[in-house]
Ligand binder design. Structure first.
Ligand SMILES: *Cc1c(COP(=O)(O)O)cnc(C)c1O
Length: 350
């Protein structure tokens, strides 16, 4: 098997690309007069420094996040949500209508959407009956054209972690990019793959501020990987992809680690309580094990339950149409009051 090389894996047009050099990336010292970027010199209509372009490399925010994650800032890419990183990975590595991507349904829908937008060839290997990856089936599907494997752990919409031996097997036997999407890792007791980055040059971990950190509206997702892979994503991103307002607010958010940890403990406690209450409901067929801030629940008739809840003002995610999720709703863990109301409402269903 060929050994892993980012440069060999890259599309030629990306390898040969000379990145756009923005005014703010060409000058990064101290100055008092900025006449380099055609900004409005008079000021910002909303106060602050918003007449100025933001830091294209998000240096300060990355320094803080790198400390939190135990990596170097050069191992961090920040995007407008994790979805930006997913899209850029396709753009960097998959020649349209030629190179392929492998993922494991039922899983996060954006791998397929981003693949279709970028016209990558799609290869799907369904999860097994325990929602685990069938590694032998996966290996059998790998072609020379396979450039990226997406693994979601904890998996959305099923909630379970993918067994680490299976991920390890793929990391060892596939010489392309292995993405482990850890959007929900903060709700799990298990270890993040970030600690294994030094062992696996082909590993890209995706995390986000959208879930445990409570900052979905800011749109900050990150890719954590080798400096070589991160440099590629930085080279092809929009120059000013994270606004200054968002960089400032995200910095304030991630300074509150204790609060975030308290919320995680609270939500995880609520998760266990909600699961035990759901299991007592007679028209609930199965509550699937979860390491995330949601739970997949199989009902006798999910469409009916979904409509009933909707009419009472409670919106859940109907996953009935998704492979292996027949009659399943995905329910986010709410506040204590919301969960009590949900159970009360469900108990009044007939
Ligand atoms: C919510 C979620 C994300 C995060 O997306 P953002 O664009 O960062 O908000 C990523 N992956 C999965 C599987 C998710 O469920």
């Amino acid at each position: 098997m060929k050994s892993f090389s980012v440069q060999n894996l890259l599309r030629d047009n990306i390898k040969n690309l000379v990145a756009y050099s923005s005014a703010r990336s060409e000058f990064n010292g101290n100055a008092s007069i900025f006449l380099d970027a055609n900004e409005n010199s008079i000021g910002s209509l909303v106060g602050g420094q918003y007449n100025r372009y933001p830091d294209p490399q998000q240096v300060q925010l990355k320094a803080e996040l790198a400390k939190l994650k135990g990596v170097n800032p050069g191992q961090l890419f920040l995007g407008n949500g994790s979805d930006e990183a997913i899209d850029l990975l396709f753009r960097a590595f998959c020649n349209p209508s030629q190179d392929s991507v492998l993922y494991f349904p039922p899983t996060y829908g954006m791998y397929e959407i981003a693949a279709r937008i970028n016209n990558a060839v799609i290869c799907e290997v369904p999860l097994d009956s325990n929602f685990q990856i069938d590694v032998q089936a996966a290996i059998n599907e790998i072609q020379p054209s396979t450039k990226i494997i997406f693994i979601c752990s904890p998996n959305n919409p099923t909630g379970n972690m993918i067994a680490s031996e299976r991920i390890e097997f793929l990391l060892n036997h596939f010489q392309g990019i292995v993405v482990v999407d850890e959007a929900y890792i903060d709700f799990s007791e298990k270890e993040s793959w970030v600690s294994k980055l030094n062992q696996y040059p082909n590993l890209v971990v995706l995390q986000t501020l959208s879930k445990a950190w409570g900052l979905a509206g800011l749109r900050i997702g990150m890719a954590i990987s080798s400096p070589e892979i991160i440099a590629v994503l930085n080279k092809i991103k929009y120059p000013y992809n994270i606004s200054s307002a968002v960089q400032e607010l995200a910095g304030k958010g991630i300074a509150q680690v204790a609060k975030k940890d308290e919320w995680i403990r609270e939500l995880n406690k609520e998760r266990e309580l909600l699961i035990s209450k759901l299991e007592q409901i007679c028209f609930v067929k199965k509550v699937f094990p979860t390491d995330a801030n949601f739970v997949l629940v199989r009902f006798l008739d999910a469409d009916k339950v979904y409509e009933y809840l909707k009419e009472t003002g409670i919106i859940t995610r109907n996953r009935s149409g998704v492979l292996f999720c027949e009659d399943c709703l995905r329910i986010t863990i709410g506040t204590s009051e919301e969960n009590i109301l949900l159970i009360k409402t469900l108990n009044n269903f007939q």
